[in-house]
Design a protein around this ligand. Structure first.
Ligand code: ZN
Ligand code: ZN
Ligand code: ZN
Length: 383
């Protein structure tokens, strides 16, 4: 049993913020604006309430990080993120004035450069539109671009401490899978098995359960089917896809089980998905493009004649959230880098009949991929 990992320190967060500011500069941005959400948690460890009051982290290359914060939240912010310079504002005052003051300096610098240009800031995707519009009103000559467009790989490469947490989350999800195989499936509703899964995820140390997909029989043909009232029957394929957060980092794994003995086609489809998952995994190595992982997995399914039934990308990144860049998808040409962490999860979905998906979280090492989910990928027979 592993204990609780040591919390990240102010120094860790300062290093992340410095890296982000540097990356912003390299991407031609004058800075990044981070609203409450996963980017802010990753950069500062601060988890403010997501309310209508403006909280905004401003990172600029070569400048100290500053947090625009409602005065009533300032004490909590100072405690959670002591390395930040706080710029608080009180109700009744205009928070955008405070933020614009911080941004305006960068905007003016850009404006007075020999070749005058518009200052550009990357904005985290979950910033509220009203806040961005408020800033735009104050600084109409400033350009705002989506952070996921301009710096999509900001959180993509994980350090050793993050990988340790992701591995622990993966092991905890695996423990839940080993147990769920022992519960009765036939004659119970999907929602009941999903509740068992959620309990097992919590028992294995998850502080948050994000999803517990139990998709039996024809429901399995919908990749994001939520568990419903369908009673699982003998003869059903059942897609299980579950995950959440443990120690602040995500798990996400899928296995497809069968209630009783499967028929020939069910075996063939499952074998095909398993082979596709294996080929996707083998394509993982530094320097390969993200889309190569998708292509490798998809080729197996296409060759087996099921190409039109693999209706989603092969994978997504995972970290402080369970869905984030990098995406293993056609057209994503960015290279894999050691420390990246993402799912490899091909599937086949036969409308009206059944679906199969197999998913592991994989991290990129110098030598290739390493699976963070290690339960058997063979089709398990459940009762
Ligand atoms: Zn069957
Ligand atoms: Zn999943
Ligand atoms: Zn996934």
């Amino acid at each position: 049993m592993t204990g609780t990992p040591a919390p990240f320190t102010a120094d860790d967060y300062t290093a992340r913020m410095r890296r982000a500011a540097r990356a912003a500069g390299e991407a031609g941005l004058d800075g990044v604006l981070i609203a409450p959400g996963p980017d802010l948690v990753w950069l500062t460890g601060y988890r403010p309430p997501e309310t209508e009051r403006l909280t905004l982290l401003v990172l600029r290359p070569g400048e100290d990080p500053a947090l625009v914060v409602p005065a009533l939240e300032a004490p909590d912010a100072a405690k959670a993120a002591p390395m930040l310079t706080l710029r608080d504002w009180t109700d009744g005052n205009d928070p955008y004035e405070t933020a614009a003051d911080l941004l305006g300096r960068a905007a003016r610098t850009a404006g007075t450069a020999r070749t005058a240009r518009t200052a550009r800031f990357g904005v985290s995707d979950n910033a509220w539109a009203m806040h961005l519009l408020g800033l735009q009103n104050r600084l109409p000559d400033t350009a705002y671009v989506s952070l996921s467009e301009s710096l999509p790989m900001l959180r993509a490469v994980k350090d050793a401490a993050e990988l340790e947490r992701l591995a622990a989350a993966g092991a905890a999800a695996d423990a839940a899978y080993e147990e769920i195989r022992k519960v009765p499936f036939a004659g119970r509703r999907e929602t009941e098995v999903a509740a068992d899964l959620a309990d097992l995820l919590r028992q294995s140390g998850h502080s948050q359960v994000d999803f517990t997909i139990v998709a039996s029989g024809p429901n399995g043909a919908n990749p994001h089917h939520e568990a419903d009232d369908r009673v699982i029957e003998r003869g059903d394929m059942v897609v299980l896809d579950f995950g959440g957060l443990k120690h602040g980092y995500g798990s996400d794994t899928s296995r497809t089980v069968h209630v009783g003995e499967p028929d020939t086609e069910e075996r063939r489809v499952h074998d095909t998905v398993r082979a596709a998952q294996e080929e996707g995994f083998r394509a993982v190595r530094p320097g390969a493009a993200c889309q190569d992982v998708d292509r490798a997995a998809r080729a197996v399914i296409t060759e087996a004649g099921y190409g039109e039934y693999f209706i989603h990308r092969t994978g997504h990144g995972i970290g402080v959230t369970t869905h984030e860049p990098p995406y293993m998808v056609e057209g994503e040409e960015r290279p894999l880098v050691p420390g990246m962490c993402f799912s490899v999860e091909p599937g086949i979905y036969l409308p009206g009949r059944f679906g199969v998906r197999i998913e592991d979280i994989v991290t990129v090492t110098e030598d290739g991929g390493r699976r963070l989910n290690t339960t058997a990928r063979e089709m398990a027979i459940v009762e």
